[in-house]
Ligand binder design. Structure first.
Ligand code: SF4
Length: 530
């Protein structure tokens, strides 16, 4: 395993600090079971994710060289992963040259302390926030609250969640699990001046949120705003924030002090590389050709925008992810959420079941790597299993992260670790797989097993074996929701018979006919010739 020097003095790659919002209090199966019982949640998710899926599909279809764009995005991300220490130093130099101040935060605690200190020094009692997953990950609002500073979310969905004391469940639509009538109720409860006659029409709800936020924008003691960034350009020191509502741009331009908390993986080498990512991200995310607001800001400029700019570069477990050559591609994520929308698991359970700021397929590989997997009692050890491995996430990912491959890698790591700590055999799965391994390693044993499967199952009625009896300890639940077809003749049995028939028919029959096809293989008549 490679050791990665991030250029941070005395720092060895380490996992995210325990206070990070990257781990739930129970494993995925238990949390998912509860979420699946919520019918409203499932309906909200189905409506929202199917709309996002079809918008993305239309937006992607318009681009003739979409696959080339994906390949370019992937290649750029691999370049960043391979040169991260150098690029980070370049970014620090560029931001400093442009009048900004760069801070390095090893973990959530350090990042929280830096931001809190900066806000207190400027006398801020309230700070405006731009939607940011990095600040969500480090629990910044809670950290600020403990220091007596109130964070006000300016993004509509984040505002809904803040007013409802709820947490995000999706990268793009943080409140995707809430529907319009729920949002109306939340607003009525939290906004005392709101007329009771307000309906759940989106325009009315947006207008109510706008009125509520405008008062905060106009009356901001200390005038500090906190953002994240979608990209940080190493060669110019430019930060990029893409958003749909415009409130983010107000936060980035109106306050006197701007503090941006940015994960170290958000770096792109040059300004020109944005050409690739600013095409990939909006189409994959909201299904738009271009995000309505794309704000680029570089350092400070007299009389234009914030007077002070602070960039907090956040590690918090990212260097630990980078250390694993097979798992590090998780850091390539541009948080478009396309993989969440197509995932059959996320679509039914929603994001809260993952227990982390990063839900869905990407969360299932990112969160356990950032925190480490610490045994069967660790909720994040269950995340790599929260997938059917159907591969839909890989197909839609704009930067070609092979999520199923990393999931399998993490499952293997989890199994190996449990073997090391609990002995060779600890579950019926281990016994079953050991048995299968022995069977498949012996041609004679395997032949005997497959030849006897057909005759043995023929005593059962019908085409399928049906539900396997619960007395079979190795197959718990396997057939509860699946049909297990009865095995037919094995290939070897068929081949033996075929050879006998051919020998009996003589040389004229050597050409073969459709009836010769092996069992279970339909003769479609349209096979490609080789
Ligand atoms: S893993 Fe890929 S598809 Fe999923 S959110 Fe990240 S960039 Fe988008």
């Amino acid at each position: 395993m490679n050791s990665v020097d991030l250029g941070i003095p005395t720092v060895r790659p380490q996992h995210a600090s325990p206070s990070s919002l990257l781990r739930g209090d129970r494993g995925f199966p238990e949390a998912a079971r509860e979420e699946l019982g919520d019918r409203t949640l499932r309906e909200n998710l189905r409506a929202a994710t199917s709309t996002l899926q079809s918008k993305r599909a239309s937006a992607v279809r318009e681009v003739r060289d979409w696959q080339k764009l994906r390949a370019a995005g992937s290649a750029l991300k691999w370049h960043v992963t391979d040169h991260l220490p150098d690029l980070l130093e370049q970014l620090e130099a560029s931001v400093t040259a442009a009048g900004g101040v760069v801070h390095w935060a090893r973990d959530a605690e350090e990042a929280g302390e830096i931001v809190t200190r900066l806000a207190l020094e400027r006398g801020a009692q309230e700070v405006l926030k731009v939607k940011s997953m990095a600040t969500q990950e480090i629990g910044l609002n809670e950290v600020l609250a403990r220091a007596g500073i109130r964070a006000i979310e300016s993004d509509l969905a984040e505002l809904v969640l803040q007013l409802a004391a709820d947490t995000p469940s999706h990268h793009l639509g943080s409140a995707i699990h809430r529907n319009r009538s729920e949002i109306r109720e939340i607003f009525l409860a939290a906004m005392p001046d709101l007329e009771g006659s307000i309906t759940d029409e989106p325009a009315e709800l947006a207008a109510a949120a706008r009125r509520f936020l405008r008062e905060r924008f106009l009356d901001l003691p200390g005038s500090v705003a906190i953002s994240g960034a979608n990209f940080a350009v190493a060669d110019s020191g430019t930060l990029v924030v893409v958003e749909s509502e415009g409130n983010g741009r107000m936060c980035l331009t109106l306050p006197r002090t701007l503090i941006s908390v940015v994960g170290i993986e958000k770096i792109v080498p040059s300004f020109q590389d944005l050409e690739v990512f600013l095409q990939l991200l909006p189409r994959s995310s909201s299904g738009e050709r271009m995000t309505p607001y794309t704000t680029l800001f570089t350092g400070v400029h007299e009389g234009d925008g914030p007077e002070e700019f602070h960039l907090v570069l956040l590690d918090n477990g990212r260097s630990a992810v980078l250390e694993d050559p097979e798992g590090r591609s998780a850091l390539h994520c541009i948080q478009c959420s396309a993989c969440l929308n197509v995932c059959p698991v996320y679509n039914r359970t929603g994001g809260h079941a993952y227990g982390s700021t990063y839900p869905g397929p990407i969360g299932a590989i990112l969160s356990p790597q950032m925190t480490g997997m610490h045994g069967s009692d660790d909720p994040n050890s269950t995340l790599p299993y929260a997938s059917s491995l159907c591969g839909a996430c890989y197909d839609v990912c704009p930067v070609k992260i092979n999520i199923p491959e990393v999931l399998v890698h993490l499952r293997a790591e989890d199994v190996d670790r449990r073997r090391r700590t609990r002995g060779d055999f600890h579950s019926s799965w281990d016994l079953a797989l050991q048995g299968a391994s022995r069977l498949m390693s012996s041609p004679r044993a395997y032949d005997l097993a497959v030849r006897s499967a057909g005759p043995l199952s023929s005593v059962l009625p019908g085409k399928n074996i049906g539900t396997l009896p619960g007395v079979l300890p190795l197959m718990p639940g396997w057939t509860d929701h699946r049909d297990l077809p009865k095995p037919g003749a094995s290939f070897r049995t068929w081949w033996d018979q075929h050879e006998k028939d051919r020998a009996a028919a003589g040389p004229a029959a050597d050409g073969g006919t459709a009836e010769d096809a092996p069992p279970g293989r339909p003769d479609t008549g349209d096979e490609e010739s080789s």
